[in-house]
Design a protein around this ligand. Structure first.
Ligand code: SAH
Ligand code: DHB
Ligand code: MG
Length: 218
């Protein structure tokens, strides 16, 4: 592990390619000031989500796990004025910070923030969503993936964050519910004929982790 180097390189990449953005900077600062955990995607990861949404020409995005709205803002920025983003957050205190950050970014009309356990919110939603970003409690990844798939159409993309967890995902006998949730997710994807998927390891300011990306094919 070489966290110091990964952080230095992330700082370089972000500085080189991602212009300072007042709304995103403010969202980070207010999340920190409110004592939210520092687990939002990094700027370069957020930009990747934004670029993927634009490649898809996404008009509708589903996010599970809002925190302070940092990834929400990156994703909502990819949408046209008549687009919509539904984001699900369990913690009212997180949702309150997110709501302010999203409004401050001028995205209040695009974003529909639902407070409560995602497993109760998801059955109330109408799809299809062009892109789903799953980033909440990891033990529920299997259920969230199945909901995202149900709320997709052929051509939709489903992205799951934190699927490597410092390498712990490779441990098939782990008793950590988060790891079990990620492994079960991959089993479901592997046997699901309606999706085609990959997963990639990442290093950076947030450590050693990864994304799973599934394309809905039918
Ligand atoms: N996507 C955010 C980070 C999300 S952190 C970003 O990158 O900026 C994970 C979030 O999921 C936390 O805010 C946590 O409160 C929320 N969460 C945990 N369990 C949940 C549940 N059952 N339903 C909805 N949200 C949940
Ligand atoms: C954690 C959650 C995340 O969504 C993340 O990107 C990193 C860490 C966590 O719960 O520890
Ligand atoms: Mg995450």
């Amino acid at each position: 592990m070489n966290q110091e180097l990964w952080t230095t390189v992330d700082e370089y990449l972000i500085d080189a390619l991602i212009p300072n953005d007042p709304a995103l900077d403010a969202a980070q600062a207010s999340s920190m000031a409110a004592g939210l955990p520092a687990i939002a995607v990094t700027a370069n990861q957020g930009k990747l989500l934004n670029l993927l949404a634009r490649v898809l020409n996404a008009k509708s995005v589903l996010e599970i796990g809002t925190l302070g709205g940092y990834s929400t803002i990156w994703l909502a920025r990819a949408l046209p004025p008549d687009g919509r983003l539904v984001t699900c957050e369990f913690e009212p205190a997180h949702a309150e910070v997110a709501r302010a950050n999203i409004a401050e970014a001028g995205l209040g009309d695009l974003v529909d923030l639902r407070v409560g356990p995602a497993i109760e919110t998801l059955p109330q939603l109408a799809g299809p969503f062009d892109l789903s970003f799953i980033d909440a409690d990891k033990q529920s990844n299997p259920e969230y993936f199945q909901w995202a798939l149900r709320l997709s159409r052929p051509g939709s993309l489903i992205i799951v964050d934190n699927v490597v967890r410092g390498g712990a995902v490779a441990n098939g006998t782990s008793d950590d519910p988060s790891i079990q949730g990620v492994r079960r997710l991959h089993e479901i994807i592997a046997t699901e004929p309606r999706v085609d998927a990959t997963a990639v390891q990442t290093v950076g300011g947030k450590g050693y982790d990864g994304f799973t990306i599934a394309l809905v094919t039918s």
